[in-house]
Design a protein around this ligand. Structure first.
Ligand code: GAL
Length: 422
C-alpha cells in the first residue's frame, strides 16, 4: 500500500490545457442557461450545525453567482443514511440533482468508476485551485489523472466528553489507552451514569468500532484492513472487537433507534459522559449553546488524524450545469470555505486559510492536521466503498443485538473481500 501524507500541498497543476476561461461558464446543461436558474444542491445537512454550515455556503453562493438560485434538496439522516438511497434511485432514473455531496476516497472512486460524475480537471486552473488543496486529498479525489469533485472541508473523528459529568466522577484527565477508557466507563457507571457512552444507529457504531481498531492496529495496518485483501483473521482484530463489545455494553440500550444528534443530546444533557463522533459534533454543540465539553483523539490514536472530506460533484446530466459549476467554484473559494467551515466544525480543505478566522477547536485541528498521520474513516467513506460501508453497517447493526464477535469478524471480512478497494 502506498503511504501518502494527506497534508502535502499540491504543487503540480491538474489541468492539461485551460479550456474554459470564465469561472461560471458551463459546458452546456439543461435548465438555467445564460440567465441563471435553480441549482439543486443535494446533501444530508438539514439541522443544527450542519444546516448552519450549508446556509453559510449558500449565502456566499448567492453573492458570487448572480442570477442563480440555491435550492436546498437536503435529506435528513446522519452521514447520508437516507440521502444516499434517494440519490442512487434518482441517478438510476436519470434524474440527478445539479450537484451532490460525497466523500473523498473510496466513495468518490465509486461514483467515478460508475461514470456518474463529470471530470472537473479543466476547471481547477480556471478557478485557481491547482495549488489550493493538499496533494494527498487531491489524490483521494482523482482517478486516472482526472479530478471529479471540489472538496469543501476535512473532518476528524474525535472522542467528546461532558466535562462536568466526568469531573463529578473524579475523571479529570484524558484516558490514554482503551483499558483506561473502559475503566473510566465503569467508574462513571458506579457513579450513577448508567450509560456513560452515548451511541446511535449502526453507522455511529461502525465509527466507534473503527476507532478501537485504529487504536489496536496503528495507522498503516488499520488502513490496509479495509482493502480487499485486508487480514480480518488477525488476532489483534479479534482483541479490538472484544474491546468494542465491552465498550458497547456501557452505551444506551436504545442506540439502534437514535441518530448521532440524538446521542449528542444525551451528552449535552449529562445522561452520558462520552460520545465518539466526527467533529461536526462541535458545530452541533455550538447551535445547542453547549460549551462544557472535552475532546481528545480516541485513546491510542493520538498520532492519527482520522479524516473525512466532503466534496461536491457535477453529476452526468446535471440540471442547470452552468449554475452547478458556479456552485462548485464557490465551494472551492476561500470565502465559501470560510463561511462553511467556521460553522461546520471542520477545517477548510484549502491550505491558505487563516486559523485566526476559526473557532478555537478548528484552530487546534488545523495544527493537528498539519502534523499528524492521516487515517481514512471507513464509516464515512474515505476508506471504504459504498457497498462495503453498507454491508459493514448491517453486520455492526446485527452485532448490536446479538453481540457475536466471531460472526461480526467474519461478516466484515467477507464484506471487505467482496467490496473493498484494490
Ligand atoms: C458525514 C459528513 C459530515 C457530517 C456527518 C453527519 O458523512 O462527512 O459532513 O454531515 O456525515 O451527518
Amino acid at each position: 500500500m502506498r503511504k501518502q501524507r494527506l497534508g502535502q500541498v499540491a504543487v503540480a497543476g491538474l489541468a492539461g490545457a485551460a479550456l474554459l476561461l470564465t469561472g461560471c461558464a458551463g459546458s452546456g446543461g439543461s435548465e438555467g442557461g445564460e440567465g441563471g436558474g435553480d441549482v439543486e444542491v443535494f446533501t444530508w445537512w438539514t439541522s443544527g450545525g450542519e444546516a448552519a454550515g450549508l446556509e453559510g455556503l449558500a449565502d456566499t453562493f448567492s453573492q458570487q453567482c448572480e442570477g442563480q438560485t440555491f435550492v436546498n434538496a437536503a435529506i435528513a439522516g446522519g452521514t447520508g443514511s437516507n440521502a444516499k438511497q434517494v440519490l442512487a434511485s434518482r441517478m438510476q432514473q436519470n434524474d440527478p440533482p445539479s450537484t451532490f455531496q460525497m466523500h473523498a476516497g473510496a466513495e468518490a472512486a465509486d461514483y467515478i468508476k460508475a461514470g456518474q460524475v463529470q471530470d472537473l480537471s479543466e476547471y481547477y486552473s480556471d478557478w485557481g485551485l491547482d495549488d489550493a488543496f493538499p496533494q494527498g486529498l487531491l489524490d483521494a479525489l482523482t482517478v486516472d489523472g482526472k479530478i471529479y469533485s471540489v472538496p469543501v472541508n476535512i473532518h476528524r473523528i474525535v472522542l467528546w466528553g461532558n466535562a462536568s459529568v466526568l469531573a463529578d466522577a473524579g475523571i479529570t484527565s484524558a484516558p490514554a489507552t482503551v483499558d483506561e477508557f473502559i475503566s473510566n466507563l465503569e467508574t462513571l457507571r458506579a457513579n450513577g451514569i448508567e450509560s456513560p457512552i452515548a451511541v446511535g444507529v449502526d453507522w455511529t457504531q461502525t465509527e466507534l468500532l473503527e476507532s478501537v481498531l485504529l487504536s489496536e492496529l496503528g495507522v498503516e495496518d488499520f488502513t490496509a484492513l479495509w482493502q480487499k485483501d485486508g487480514d480480518w483473521k488477525d488476532s489483534r482484530v479479534t482483541d479490538a472487537l472484544e474491546d468494542y463489545k465491552k465498550i458497547l455494553s456501557y452505551s444506551n440500550p436504545d442506540r439502534d433507534s437514535l441518530d448521532w444528534t440524538d446521542a449528542e443530546k444525551r451528552l449535552v444533557a449529562g445522561q452520558s459522559a462520552y460520545q465518539l463522533m466526527g467533529d461536526w459534533e462541535v458545530a452541533e454543540f455550538e447551535t445547542d449553546g453547549f460549551t462544557d465539553f472535552t475532546h481528545q483523539a480516541f485513546p491510542g490514536t493520538e498520532d492519527a488524524y482520522q479524516w473525512i472530506s466532503d466534496s461536491f460533484v457535477l453529476p452526468v446530466g446535471a440540471k442547470n450545469e452552468e449554475g452547478a459549476l458556479c456552485w462548485l467554484e464557490t465551494v472551492g473559494s476561500a470565502e465559501g470555505q470560510k463561511a462553511f467551515n467556521t460553522k461546520k466544525g471542520s477545517i477548510p480543505a484549502r491550505t491558505d486559510a487563516d486559523p485566526a478566522d476559526y473557532p478555537e477547536y478548528q484552530q487546534e485541528a488545523i495544527a493537528d492536521f498539519a502534523s499528524l498521520t492521516p487515517a481514512p474513516s471507513c464509516a464515512n467513506g474515505s476508506g471504504c466503498t459504498l457497498g462495503q460501508v453498507s454491508a459493514i453497517n448491517s453486520a455492526v447493526g446485527k452485532f448490536s443485538t446479538d453481540g457475536d464477535v466471531d460472526s461480526l469478524q467474519k461478516a466484515i471480512g467477507d464484506a471487505t473481500a467482496q467490496y473493498g478497494t484494490d
